[in-house]
Design a protein around this ligand. Structure first.
Ligand code: AMP
Ligand code: GLY
Length: 423
């Protein structure tokens, strides 16, 4: 079978690595891909939202399945585009249609969905510029810290957590009236602050049946001890030690099942991954957010622990037969540490040559922002590499990831030395 993966990050390199292990695979394409995917697949320089160019590629290369990495093409309706095209409609797309992708594309929609299906989440109300005064009044009723969320996609930056009431009011106005996050903050969800420890659960569903994949925890802040600016993710660990069987049973019963049943009740067709961002408050799970794709860098620790053939899993997703599959999970821990360009998540330089990659043998190096040029691997983004290792305990795995990182270098390379510090 010929498969196309859309995306260019560490998540997509991990998908490519896992799919490439399947003997059901004939040709693998990644659009646009990176230097890592170039080694195991054919990169095609097409933007993930250029649906017409994707169509042409799919038809010329006889692609038989499309796996969508990031949220943008899903929210913009790539799956619907396939279903509405005579020549593409029978080619399975892994990732929801617009009607499901809006769970990530609109925080308000996600909150309403959770309320409808009794999924535990923080109390909230949403506001527009017309209801700014009501927004101020709602903030006055809450206790600090105040959580403000731009309703739409804001490249992971649309959530503000503020300790001061006046500052919260000013930011609410900034978002609603002065378009701080553009159109994404034309509507703002204000939420009750939940205090606890975060983790993520990933579910692969065909819309009716589902498999709960291994849990993971990511480290979003740039600085050690979870300080400094938010990033796309600086590292991850799977499984999450504090997500024990009792807790996971609650997650299954109160969150995963009602979510999948919610898709059916609301007639939302959903074939793909659901990323459920959770917070454990005391012993109880609450949903912070839904994403309609896998996480990055969580994928770099979740997929390496899945033993099943990836193409078989994706085919069962497309065919609605996930109930026939038993998920097999590697008992070992997997960790990943992300090497970023110096300066990231603020301004940083690209085009730095990366050396030492071929000397790494105890870890898997997944590429994120990399590019092949004249046979050299150059950095091309903020997050450059994700170095994944296995171990009996997460400390063993982390030790290997850090030893491997010592062998790799590029100008101004930076990484957090404390991944897993809180576990
Ligand atoms: P989100 O984009 O919704 O995942 O929010 C980004 C981050 O803000 C989350 O990973 C949490 O750390 C934090 N956050 C979001 N909502 C809440 C909440 N209700 N209470 C506490 N922290 C939150
Ligand atoms: N690591 C968080 C995300 O993928 O959104």
């Amino acid at each position: 079978m010929n498969i196309l993966i859309l995306g260019s990050g560490g998540r997509e390199h991990t998908f490519a690595w896992k799919i490439a292990q399947s003997n059901k695979l004939t040709n693998l394409f990644v659009a646009p891909g990176n230097a890592g995917t170039a080694k195991i697949a054919t990169n095609v320089n097409i933007a993930v939202t250029d649906f017409l160019a994707i169509k042409e590629l799919v038809l010329t290369e006889n692609i038989e399945m499309v796996v969508v990495g990031p949220e943008d093409p899903l929210v913009q309706g790539v799956h619907d585009f396939f279903l509405n095209d005579e020549k593409l409609k029978n080619i399975p797309v892994i990732g929801p249609q617009k009607s499901g992708a809006i769970l990530e594309g609109s925080k308000e929609f996600a909150k309403e969905f959770m309320a409808r299906h009794n999924v535990p989440t923080a109390a909230y109300q949403s506001f527009t510029s017309e209801s700014l005064e009501a927004g101020y009044a709602f903030l006055e009723m809450l206790n600090a810290p105040y959580v403000l969320k731009a309703d739409g996609l804001a490249a992971g930056k649309g959530v503000l957590i503020l300790n001061d009431l006046n500052e919260a009011k000013a930011e609410l106005k900034n978002m609603l009236v002065d378009a701080k996050f553009g159109n994404a903050s034309a509507k703002v969800v204000i939420e009750e602050f939940l205090s606890g420890i975060e983790l993520s659960v990933f579910v692969l569903t065909d819309g009716k049946n589902y498999l709960t994949l291994p849990t993971a925890k990511d480290y979003k802040r740039i600085g050690e001890g979870d300080t400094g600016l938010n990033t796309g993710g600086m590292g991850a660990v799977s499984p999450v030690p504090f997500a024990d069987a009792t807790f996971m049973k609650k997650v299954e019963d109160r969150i995963v099942k009602p979510t999948i049943e919610g898709f059916q009740k609301d007639e939302i067709p959903y074939k793909g991954f659901v990323f459920i961002g959770l917070i454990k408050v005391g012993e109880e799970p609450y949903v912070i957010e839904y994403n309609v794709r896998m996480g990055d860098p969580e994928t770099e620790v979740v997929l390496p622990r899945v033993k099943n053939d990836m193409v078989t899993l994706l085919q069962a997703t497309a065919n609605g037969t996930l109930n026939t599959i038993d998920l097999e999970v590697d008992e070992r821990t997997a960790t990943t540490v992300v090497a970023v360009s110096g300066g990231y998540p603020e301004a940083y330089e690209k085009g730095k040559e990366i050396t030492g990659l071929e000397t790494v043998s105890d870890s898997i190096v997944f590429h994120a922002g990399t590019q092949l040029k004249d046979n050299k691997v150059l950095s091309s983004g903020g997050r450059v590499l994700a170095v994944t290792s296995y171990g009996e305990h997460f400390n063993d795995a982390l030790k290997l990831s850090y030893e491997s990182l010592e062998k790799i270098s590029f100008d101004k390379m930076n990484f957090r030395k404390d991944i897993g510090f809180d576990l």
